[in-house]
Design a protein around this ligand. Structure first.
Ligand code: 5RP
Length: 231
């Protein structure tokens, strides 16, 4: 499912575009497919803006030209994955701890295209996937306590193959937060959390996604469809 949706996303790319390169396994497949199109000459003069160290390294390995986020005034299209997508296309991102740069790139993009498999579609956010919150290392305990007063249960994300916590591309830590009632008002919650001292950014992407491509298996055949946004 991830493969077909990643390939379908690349069909939306046009030559000469400045393109936001998302993070995660689906976005990585999209970057590989993009590199194939560039190599074959179907796409020309593409410049990528990486959303993470992961996408930067991958794009460099595949010879996709890159430019710094600070050097562009706008991005034509960003293609990225998501951890949860609700019927209004509000998202939770940050499963790969890259949501700070992902949100910066999305905010500078004329269009944000989200690529997911069907398992990511939910009726309501944060019922099962914890909201990633990037915090200054010295502030994690204090932020955890404040989130607990907001009815949120948070845990420090721990690394695998390294002792101790996950350290983000910016050198910070991640709290993964499940609110007892889920997140009913993503816009309000996004602002409330970002207002806590020591919080850099949270993984709620509100009113940023323009289009969602969903991969699913129907009668044993993988298909891609575009759900319409609920008002
Ligand atoms: C990284 C992200 C990813 O886009 C999100 O976690 C989805 O990843 P995957 O495509 O591997 O399921 O937000 O911070």
């Amino acid at each position: 499912m991830k493969h077909i949706v990643a390939n379908a996303a690349v069909k939306e790319v046009k030559s000469e575009m400045i393109l936001g390169l998302g993070s995660g396994s689906t976005a990585a497949l999209m970057i590989r497919s993009l590199a194939d199109e560039i190599r074959s000459g179907k796409l020309k003069n593409i410049t990528g803006v990486a959303t993470s160290f992961q996408s930067e390294v991958l794009a460099m390995e595949l010879n996709i030209p890159l430019i710094d986020l600070a050097s562009v005034s706008q991005i034509d299209l960003a293609i990225d994955g998501a951890d949860e997508v609700d019927p209004r296309f509000q998202l939770i991102k940050g499963g790969g701890a890259c949501h700070v740069r992902e949100k910066l790139v999305a905010s500078k993009s004329n269009k944000l295209l989200i690529v997911v498999d069907e398992t990511k579609l939910v009726q309501s956010l944060n019922k099962s996937f914890p909201l990633p919150v990037e915090v200054l290392p010295s502030a994690w305990k204090q932020v955890k306590e404040i989130i607990s007063e907001m009815d949120g249960d948070s845990s420090l994300r721990m690394a695998t193959k390294k002792a101790g916590p996950v350290v983000t591309d910016q050198g910070n830590l991640i709290l993964d937060v499940l609110f007892n009632d889920g997140i009913k008002n993503p816009k309000e919650m996004e602002m409330k959390i970002n207002n806590i001292p020591g919080v850099l950014e949270n993984g709620l992407f509100v009113d940023l996604a323009d289009k969602v491509l969903v991969g699913r298996i129907k009668n044993n055949v993988p298909i891609v469809y575009t759900p319409s946004v609920s008002s």
